[in-house]
Design a protein around this ligand. Structure first.
Ligand SMILES: NC(=O)c1ccc[n+]([C@@H]2O[C@H](COP(=O)([O-])OP(=O)(O)OC[C@H]3O[C@@H](n4cnc5c(N)ncnc54)[C@H](OP(=O)(O)O)[C@@H]3O)[C@@H](O)[C@H]2O)c1
Length: 300
């Protein structure tokens, strides 16, 4: 039996769907029974619990051969790092005490660094905690920059007429669609051919700059002159808190942006067939960004 944490999220939902489609037994974990209902209809066992609850997680992993593990974001937490450390601890203990043999763990590019990576530091410490569990075979997926991170630009374009954010416009980022991570994780879980502690970077179809994203989005929404502008951190923080981030989360996000801009946080592997995934930015924009943009425009 497989346990999937964050089973209604971007990556976890794909992992759960793929495993269920293979006829596997899957226990899907989330906080909302209604959101888990669709997976339950497809044969999953729904387990409603909060990842911060140690005893619930101990039960969630009971009897599991393998698990998909991720740390759900908590952007409104007044202290994101302490939330992350608590969840890391809960998940590590649940895996260890249940003797789970295989885990595919969502990590990130930059998780190699012990400082100045904002929220990614929580994934560095998660990797270290799980490294120490004897008998647990782990595959850490160090994913690149999620293409879904560009979705808030729907509102930015509609209010400012251009794209804006803290990242340098000319910085090539390994942008990856989350569904590609889910597909990769489900395959790795069903094969379970990893041993000890292993790491894989997943870097999307190619490196893309925000200036290039603006061109792709502009062409798709019939605004061929759409541009991207880098905004200074101090100017951006109020907008981030207005979007629902705690001041602490906004600071961490801006720290991560600095780490990307300076190259402190970057992929370590040269691009190869093994770390390149299928979905291009053009496909993502066409299939995900444009419908979100049109839906928002229709509501306005
Ligand atoms: N953004 C990036 O560029 C990037 C890059 C690399 C790695 N990452 C990492 O990717 C992870 C996010 O992955 P994702 O996008 O797949 O997540 P996501 O779409 O935000 O999904 C979160 C999932 O966790 C569940 N959840 C939220 N809070 C929970 C809680 N307290 N207890 C139990 N379940 C909870 C949610 O369902 P309910 O709300 O219904 O409970 C949902 O199923 C983060 O760890 C992030 O650091 C991000």
């Amino acid at each position: 039996m497989y346990v999937v944490i964050g089973a209604t999220g971007h990556t976890g939902s794909v992992v759960a769907e793929k495993l269920l489609a293979k006829g596997e037994k899957v226990r899907v974990v989330g906080r909302d029974a209604r959101r888990l209902e669709g997976l339950k209809q497809k044969g999953a066992e729904a387990f409603v619990a909060d990842v911060t609850d140690g005893s619930a997680m101990a039960r969630a992993f009971s009897g599991a051969e393998a698990a998909y593990v991720m740390v759900p974001p908590n952007i409104s937490s007044p202290n994101v790092r302490s939330y992350q450390e608590h969840v890391n601890d809960v998940l590590a203990r649940a895996l260890q005490n249940n003797g789970v043999r295989h885990a595919v763990v969502l990590s990130s590019v930059g998780a190699d660094k012990p400082d100045r990576t904002g929220p990614v530091l929580g994934l560095h410490t998660l990797e270290q905690l799980l490294e120490a569990i004897a008998g647990l075979n782990v595959l850490f997926l160090r994913a690149g920059y999620f293409m879904e991170n560009i979705l808030p630009q729907v509102s930015v374009i509609q209010s400012l007429g251009h794209m804006a954010g803290p990242i340098r416009s000319d910085l090539g980022l390994p942008m990856i669609a989350t569904r590609d991570i889910g597909v990769f994780a489900a395959e790795a879980l069903s094969r379970r051919d990893f041993q000890g502690k292993q790491r894989r970077e997943l870097l999307g179809a190619r490196d893309v700059t925000y200036a290039q994203v603006a061109k792709v989005v502009g062409a798709a929404i019939e605004k061929p002159d759409l541009s991207y502008r880098q905004v200074p951190a101090a100017q951006l923080k109020p907008a981030l808190t207005q979007m629902g981030m705690s001041p602490n989360m906004a600071d961490l996000l801006l720290e991560m942006s600095d780490a990307l801009n300076s190259g402190h946080m970057r992929a370590l592997e040269p691009r190869s067939q093994q770390n390149t995934t299928a979905t291009t930015i053009e496909t993502f924009v066409g299939e995900v960004f444009v419908p979100a943009y049109r839906a928002k425009a229709a509501r306005a």
